[in-house]
Design a protein around this ligand. Sequence first.
Ligand code: NDP
Ligand code: X2W
Length: 334
Amino acid sequence: MGIRIAVAGASGYAGGELLRLVAGHPEFDLVAATAHSQAGQPVSAVHPQLAGLDLTLAATDPAALADADLVFLALPHGQSAALAASLPPGVKVVDLGADHRLADAAAWQRYYGGPHAGAWTYGLPELPGQRAAIAAADRVAATGCYAVATTLALAPLVAAGAVAPADVVVVAASGTSGAGRAAKAHLLGSEVMGDLSPYKVGAHQHVPEIKQATGATGLSFTPVLAPMPRGILATVTAVPATTSVDPRAVLAEAYADAPFVHVLPEGSWPHTAATLGSNSCHLQATRDVDTGRVIVVSAIDNLGKGAAGQAVQCANLMLGLPETTGLSTFGVTP
Ligand SMILES: NC(=O)C1=CN([C@@H]2O[C@H](COP(=O)(O)OP(=O)(O)OC[C@H]3O[C@@H](n4cnc5c(N)ncnc54)[C@H](OP(=O)(O)O)[C@@H]3O)[C@@H](O)[C@H]2O)C=CC1
Ligand SMILES: CC(=O)N[C@@H](CCC(=O)OP(=O)(O)O)C(=O)O
């Protein structure tokens, strides 16, 4: 018997990707998968890509999860805190939702509403000191999908004093799986295909998370829904604080030992398809020839490094395994 793993919210998009990764992980045994409206269904009826995974979705309650060594929570925002609190203290938890990401209760209230559950260790191993913090933690709050793409692009530049933290602009396009599986009219294929549409303009919930993780103090963030199932492409621009720093060199140095963050060769720009199915983030940076602004482009698979892959990377660290175990750095395009 390997390390016993349970997935709550296993019928959703992030949950399905977690099941795929856990089932293929050399050290993990999948002992439970739970759902809400789909409880009682075989996993393969809900996730046809997992045909052959012989497991039935149980109802999401503490008893279904308490026998695991580690539980992944892939539930709607607001559903994780009470469930996590009712699990035995010895059970490690990685929460993919937002409930425990923010330290600032006022920011939580403003962007999510409802009671603030308090902050857990933030699950982005590539931030300075965070690998060790995650390895020592029993409760980890995995990052938001846009927050991963943006933070990996921006944090080293703020830390190096290369950009002005008060004036950062981000425009980021996401595939529709970023919105979850629950049917939404504006996500129907006939509405999404052939269209690009901004949403939550000027008020996206990942703004406080990105500020907390990067040290940026002023951030304008505009998300765009893109006609594709997976992927995030974030374009981050910022005012240079100095002309003496090469932004690409700062990123290359920051991620020299990071197995999943790839600063691409000069002249090569990230695109989403190259990251799909992987736990990788692709980055490139330059200066705008006209304004001198620093431009960083970042691509991830929102269900990989943006969700399930990141969560498994954190779990590996929490369990004393190499962080790359069971994860791919390579994408599946075309
Ligand atoms: N999609 C993405 O790219 C990312 C998602 N996340 C986060 O992961 C979490 C899951 O997202 P995602 O998979 O996209 O969402 P989905 O809508 O695809 O899945 C939601 C899951 O939660 C279950 N659920 C729904 N309502 C309840 C409830 N009241 N109580 C308990 N369980 C419930 C659903 O069960 P059922 O289907 O049986 O009703 C399903 O298993 C969210 O917090 C999301 O923000 C984080 C990063 C990226
Ligand atoms: C396309 C789309 O609608 N995306 C969602 C991402 C939500 C999400 O997954 O948020 P967390 O990563 O914080 O859990 C949005 O912009 O709200």
